[in-house]
Write a protein that binds this ligand. Structure first.
Ligand code: VGL
Ligand code: ZN
Length: 244
């Protein structure tokens, strides 16, 4: 077990939160115990709740809009809220349309490895890239945009797909004294998962609020993502575990 996941386990045992840590389910007594109260060192990170990722958008996630009321309801429990936006250039390297012989959901090899090719989505400044209207987060303090380098995708809100280029979010959170992050949004198996794993590797305690997320599930990607998140020490919770 890593130092991080041991720390998370301890935290869980103390808080009694419903969760699975490193694949081990907690005992019924732990499952029945109380709830999590985010403190001033906690931030809610709302990932990519944009028109493109909900039905009617260019890369719709099934039932994607269902995350909006859950997130709106959670928001008052947090002193710190960060929002992310997928924010691509036209003809971005992650778009199938940028290649003569590719169609959406094919893959290609880029400098940094295998890249899934998506329908054109979240192009900078378009209505498709705007936050979903019903998202009601007036207290959010920062909006981080990502995926704006023409030749590099960025699922993670911390590091781009080359795994080297930082977005600046880690520095922002650490400078603000944030130690725990709670993740919600779209899509569970891409931007949420990559953000969660990078956050864990960057030393944050990471909770993914499962019912405040929806996945794309491309060739089993949702189960694989939960597996990878669990291995990284990410704590899987439900929104009902969070109180103000
Ligand atoms: C996302 C695919 C492509 C996401 C972004 O927000 O999960 N997925 N770009
Ligand atoms: Zn994208």
């Amino acid at each position: 077990m890593t130092r991080l996941s041991r720390r998370n386990t301890l935290k869980l045992l103390l808080s009694g939160t419903t969760a699975i840590v490193a694949g081990a389910a907690l005992t019924p007594r732990q499952l029945l115990a109380d709830t999590l109260s985010p403190d001033t060192n906690s931030a809610l990170i709302v990932i990519d709740v944009q028109n493109c990722f909900v039905p009617g958008g260019t890369l719709p996630v099934a039932d994607g809009k269902a995350v909006v009321p859950v997130i709106n309801h959670l928001a008052p429990a947090f002193d710190n809220i960060v929002i992310t936006q997928d924010w691509h250039t036209p003809e971005h390297a992650s778009f199938a349309s940028s290649y003569d012989t590719k169609k959406p959901f094919d893959t290609t090899e880029l400098d940094y490895g295998t890249q899934v090719l998506w329908p054109d989505h979240c192009v900078q400044g378009t209505d498709d890239a705007a936050l979903v209207d019903e998202l009601d987060l007036p207290t959010a303090e920062l909006i981080v945009r990502k995926g704006y380098h023409q030749h590099i995708d960025s699922y993670s809100a911390f590091f781009e797909a080359d795994r080297k280029t930082p977005t600046g979010l880690q520095g922002y959170l650490k400078e603000r004294g944030i130690t725990s992050v709670y993740l919600a949004g779209l899509a569970t198996d891409f931007c949420v998962a990559w953000t969660a794993i990078d956050a864990a590797e960057s030393g944050f305690t990471v909770y993914v609020i499962e019912d405040a997320c929806r996945g794309i599930d491309l060739n089993g990607s949702l189960a694989k993502a939960w597996d990878a998140m669990t291995k990284a020490g990410v704590i899987r919770i439900q929104s009902s575990s969070i109180t103000a």
